[in-house]
Write a protein that binds this ligand. Sequence first.
Ligand SMILES: Cc1ncc(COP(=O)(O)O)c(C=O)c1O
Length: 360
Amino acid sequence: MMKLDKLLTTARELDAGDPLGHFRNRFLEADGVVSYLDGNSLGRPLRATAEHLQGFVRGQWGGRLIRGWDEQWLELPERLGDELGAVALGAAAGQCIVADSTTVLLYKLGRAAVAARPGRSEIVLDADNFPTDRYVMEGIAQECGLTLRWVAADYDGGVTPEAVAAAVGPQTALAVFSHVAYRSGFLADAAAVTAVVHDAGGLVLWDLCHSAGVVPAELDAWGVDYAVGCSYKYLNGGPGAPAWAYVAHRHQEDFAQPIQGWLGSSDPFGMAQGYVPAPGIRRLVSGTPPVLGMLPIQDMVSLLAEAGLDAVRAKSVALTEYALTAVEALLVPRGVVVASPRPAERRGSHITIDHPSFKP
Ligand SMILES: Cc1ncc(COP(=O)(O)O)c(C=O)c1O
């Protein structure tokens, strides 16, 4: 009881001093939900989004009809990609695009990356990577006659530069890792890991599903080749919202798009014979952009710009720190173990706890 009282007092003090506390009423309330602990799976909708979607249907879609494509919808994938890149990803303009799903973008980027390293026979990835990342790379390996080389990761940890150094070599075409591990919450040293893969002559594809919008990223400064992420977690894009991809400027001209579609071609309305890719990041697009699905992401990117990603990260660390204190006080004595890194600088925005009787 004492422990619980102390935890409650601490929580109230933290809430009272929370510089981001006033953002709470920007989000829609959910019936009976006092505290939502699943933002790492599906983020909450913003009030602004409810109005935005309704306004869009009546105003832009209903009012402008097909004129909307030329007026603003066609360029939305690049425009929103640039905004997201600037606010959350450390990416200069012209390198991010919003499209497809993470799974589809993993395929596009992975397939183009191995094509950019002909003669190399391996894709390196970690055994605890998210299933879709592993399955897509399995498929690419089968398609291209490559082998998968697995990096072992600790149950409560993730991919370290040392473990990657032991796995990469002259045979490495591509390495695929998650910035924040979906299970343990381990935050990888993306700059160091990228450098290790580059030293071996390989390319790196980072999955930022669990960090975009909550852990600041510096894709340009880290020298990243390719990155993907979803938008329905910390970017509050909503169920099935489109994903985003990053391709560094230096890889764009030779990027071999494996799903060549008309809206990523150089002249979509020319309806000509033969595919000629659009210049720059636009060639990542295959078909018609998911305009409705991009509206909520616009709202969240604006909110992140207002709040500042460093402030969001500081609050996220405070929340996971508090949760760990509570778990250690209340649950560890009952046999629960913390399956996430303890140091905040190696942790993303979620923590994992485990017990033999928990459902896997
Ligand atoms: C790390 C990671 N990659 C990929 C995905 C899923 O990809 P998709 O949005 O295509 O379902 C998830 C979903 O939670 C994920 O956590």
